[in-house]
Every structure is written in structure tokens, then in C-alpha cells.
Design a protein around this ligand. Structure first.
Ligand code: GDP
Length: 444
């Protein structure tokens, strides 16, 4: 999970600060030293870390003081703001021109996730009402065209290709005409990548840029490559002038060095993050929410947005009512698990819930194995309707029967009942939080 190492260290540092009624300059220095170490361990660019530390120090000992906060909270607030600022502060949106078609040129090195991201992006923007056309302009990697065609077919989005015998510039030009005559208002061009930055590739990308004048040039880089991704971004930006970066494989990146350095080093904002292999595993990149995650404040907004995009509105309303009425049963629990599975891997979802985000707590909860869900289903199915509604009153002999019926053990039945109880509590918190957000309140 992204930032898990950094999150754990920073949260530990700040736990120590929070407890203090007064902070001396030495306390702040000590904490900042730890912050610095944590950022360097997370593979954040050295210069970025130095600037960061200086800024926080200046603000923490300067006039930037609010009487409503304890000194510890104040330092945390400053670190939060500066972390968010490092990543661009506010969300940077993709530039979709009002005069169709919008042309988006995807660039990057091989293996970074360019082809997958082109498909993900077209899918996401289609949900927003666009009519995308994918363009296969990578004529060098043998399987690239086929790969894009397969992804396009999965999504039912047309893919324009002219095989690998034409030049990428000709393909891009023809694709634009094709889009116009088929009233496609968004053209996403998957260009060729190489293993390393090379001059020939850059020259070719410059020619495509000159030929189709894209509204948006997005660089796709692999978050797991850390500072290499930052260097790649710098080079591409110098040659092509990037409008933004898509950081892929954030789901596998535990350090977060690229996420925290790219904007600060290159000036290019991260616009989207890839968070899995599936075609809906892409999110707009929100610097403030990322800072929330790092400092263990969870990312409830992203979770709610995901839920709203994936859940059946009627069901959500029904569920909300049940939660409020404290009438959430095991059957709902099971149904909820099915729904939640649609949101993505469980670990990832849990990381967004405040208080559950830190790696330490996750370890306490025990590994969550998606295969266990099969057992959950079997156990619930072995219960009578009365038992499902009276989970507190299930006797030992009933538990034995349920275990036998589901091919599990009494311990497993007990564990499920305990998890259900925890979920019920969490759902209650979640509902309260949602209420607060709607009221315009703050969480944290
Ligand atoms: P390209 O050479 O840049 O076009 O890269 P591909 O689109 O072929 O992606 C390379 C590999 O990375 C594929 O196996 C993708 O499934 C995988 N990939 C792409 N984006 C993500 C992501 O956000 N998370 C994960 N876990 N895998 C990704």
C-alpha cells in the first residue's frame, strides 16, 4: 500500500508530539529530524526533503500560530499542508477542450503502464459523458497494438489502428480524421515507449505533437521506480512540455518517493494514479487526500466517491436507513461484502478508513484474505433467519451446528460474528462521518 512505511513513521513521530502540552524548539527539531529521515527512507528527492524541512521549521517557530490548537496539533497541521503542497496542493484536472475532439497524447517508457492507462482513462472519461477513440500508435512493441485492441474490446471502446507499417505521425493524423467523421470527441493516443529515454523516441514524439497539437500530453510513469520516475519526468518535460503525469502502480508502491517528488522537482502535477491492474483501477490524484493518508487521517472522500460510482443508489439508501436504525443484519453484512468487493482489494479500502490506515493497525487486524469471504458466505448460509438477526444470542450448540453445516469450525464462526460486530460499529461511524461531511463539517 502506498506510503505505508512513511505513514507509520510519521504517525509514530506525531504521537509523541501530541501528548505534550508545550513544545520547545528542541521538540520541534527532534520531530523534524525524524520527519526528514522518514521522507528520505521513502525515497523522496534529497533537495525536496531539505526544502520541506526548512519550510515546516519556519512556519512552526514563526508566527503561524493558532490558539485553538495544541502545539503538537499545530506542527501536524503544518506538515499536512506542506505535504499536500509538495504534491501540488489542489487537484490538477485534465484539460478537456470545449471544441471537440480533445486530443490526449500518452507518453512514457515501456512497461510503465501506458497502454493500460490509455484504456483506463478512456473508460473513466466515458463515464463522464465523453465518446473516446483509442489510437494504437506504438508500432514498435510487437504486442502493443493487439493489447490495446483487446482492452478496447473489453470496454467496448473503438480502437483505431493502421498496423505497424505506417509512421506514428501518419497514424495519429488519420486517427483525428477518423474521430471527426465518427463524432468521437476524445482521442487518446497510445504512443511508443522504449526501455530508456532515447533521442530517436523524443524526436518522434515531438513530430506527433507538432502534427496533432494535443490538448494534453500525459506522461505515464511507474511509481515503484521512485527517483527514476522523477528523472524520466524531468527529461520528458524538457523535451515535450508535459501537462501532467499519471503515476501507475501506486497500489504496489509502499514508499511513495515518486508521488512526493515529481511535482516539486519537475513542476508537473500528478493528475491521475493507477491503483491496480483492473480497468477501473484509476483515480484522480488529490494531493490533500494523499496527505490525509500519510498522516493517518484516512481518505473518506475517495471512498465515498468510489462507493457512489459503484453502488446502486437505491441499495445505498436502504442500507443507510438500516445503519441508522441499527438494524444492520448479517445478511446485509454479506451483501455489503459483495458490494465492497466491487470497490477494489480490501486492503486498499481499509487503508482509506481513518484510524485503520496505518500499517501497524492493519497487522493487528490480521491479514484479510479475500478467499475467506467464501467461508463467510457458507457460514451465513448455514444460519437460520432468526440467528442472522440475533447474532448476540447464538448459543454454543447452535454455533456447533452452524460450523458443521458450513464445513468450518466454531472458532471461525466466532471470528465472523466478531468481525460483523466490528463492521457494524464501523458502518455507524462511517454514516456519522458522511453526515458531517454533508453538513460541511471537517473530519480528521
Ligand atoms: P506499457 O508498456 O507502458 O504500455 O505498459 P502496459 O500498459 O503494458 O503495463 C505493464 C504492466 O503493468 C501490465 O502488466 C499492467 O497490467 C501493469 N499495470 C499498469 N498499471 C498498473 C497499476 O496501476 N497497478 C498495477 N498493479 N499494475 C499496473
Amino acid at each position: 500500500m502506498v506510503f505505508s512505511g512513511l505513514a507509520e513513521k510519521l504517525q509514530e513521530t506525531f504521537r509523541k508530539l501530541k501528548g505534550k502540552g508545550r513544545l520547545t524548539e528542541e521538540d520541534v527539531d527532534e520531530a523534524l529530524k525524524e520527519v526528514r529521515r522518514a521522507l528520505l527512507d521513502a525515497d523522496v528527492n534529497f533537495k525536496v526533503v531539505k526544502d520541506f524541512q526548512k519550510k515546516v521549521k519556519e512556519r512552526a517557530v514563526g508566527s503561524d500560530v493558532l490558539t485553538s490548537l495544541t502545539p503538537g496539533q499545530q506542527v501536524i497541521k503544518i506538515v499536512h499542508e506542506e505535504l499536500s503542497e509538495l504534491m501540488g496542493g489542489v487537484q490538477s484536472k485534465i484539460n478537456l477542450s470545449s471544441k471537440p475532439p480533445t486530443v490526449v497524447m500518452m507518453v512514457g517508457l515501456q512497461g510503465g503502464g501506458k497502454t493500460t492507462t490509455s484504456a483506463k482513462l478512456s473508460n473513466m472519461l466515458r463515464k463522464g459523458g465523453r465518446r473516446p477513440l483509442l489510437v494504437a500508435a506504438d508500432v514498435y512493441r510487437p504486442a502493443a497494438i493487439k493489447q490495446l485492441q483487446v482492452l478496447g474490446a473489453q470496454l467496448d471502446i473503438p480502437v483505431f489502428s493502421m498496423g505497424d507499417k505506417n509512421s506514428p505521425v501518419d497514424i495519429a493524423r488519420a486517427a483525428l480524421e477518423n474521430a471527426q467523421s465518427n463524432s468521437r470527441d476524445l482521442v487518446i493516443i497510445d504512443t511508443a515507449g522504449r526501455l530508456h529515454v532515447d533521442d530517436q523516441l523524443m524526436t518522434e514524439l515531438e513530430s506527433i505533437k507538432a502534427a496533432v497539437k494535443p490538448h494534453e500530453i500525459l506522461l505515464v510513469v511507474d511509481a515503484m521506480t521512485g527517483q527514476v520516475a522523477v528523472n524520466v519526468a524531468e527529461t520528458f518535460n524538457q523535451r515535450l512540455g508535459l501537462d501532467g503525469v499519471v503515476l501507475t502502480k501506486l497500489d504496489g508502491d509502499t514508499r511513495g518517493g515518486a508521488a512526493l517528488s515529481i511535482k516539486a522537482v519537475t513542476g508537473c502535477p500528478i493528475k491521475f494514479a493507477g491503483v491496480g491492474e483492473k480497468l477501473d483501477a484509476i483515480e484522480p490524484f488529490h494531493p490533500d487526500r494523499m496527505a490525509d493518508r500519510i498522516l493517518g487521517m484516512g481518505d473518506v472522500m475517495t471512498l465515498i466517491e468510489k462507493a457512489q460510482a459503484n453502488f446502486d443508489a437505491e441499495q445505498v439508501a436502504k442500507l443507510n436507513k438500516k445503519i441508522k436504525a441499527a438494524d444492520f443484519t448479517l445478511e446485509d453484512f454479506m451483501q455489503q461484502i459483495q458490494e465492497v468487493k466491487k470497490l477494489g482489494p480490501l486492503q486498499q479500502i481499509i487503508s482509506m478508513i481513518p484510524g485503520l490506515g496505518s500499517a501497524k493497525k492493519l497487522k493487528d487486524l490480521g491479514e484479510i484474505d479475500e478467499k475467506e469471504l467464501v467461508y463467510v458466505e457458507a457460514i451465513v448460509n448455514s444460519m437460520t433467519p432468526w440467528e442472522r438477526r440475533h447474532t448476540h444470542e447464538i448459543s454454543g450448540s447452535r454455533k456447533k451446528r452452524i460450523a458443521r453445516g458450513s464445513g468450518t469450525s466454531v472458532q471461525e464462526v466466532n471470528r465472523l460474528l466478531k468481525q460483523f460486530e466490528q463492521t457494524r460499529k464501523m458502518m455507524k461511524q462511517f454514516a456519522d462521518m458522511e453526515k458531517n461531511i454533508k453538513k460541511g463539517g471537517k473530519m480528521g
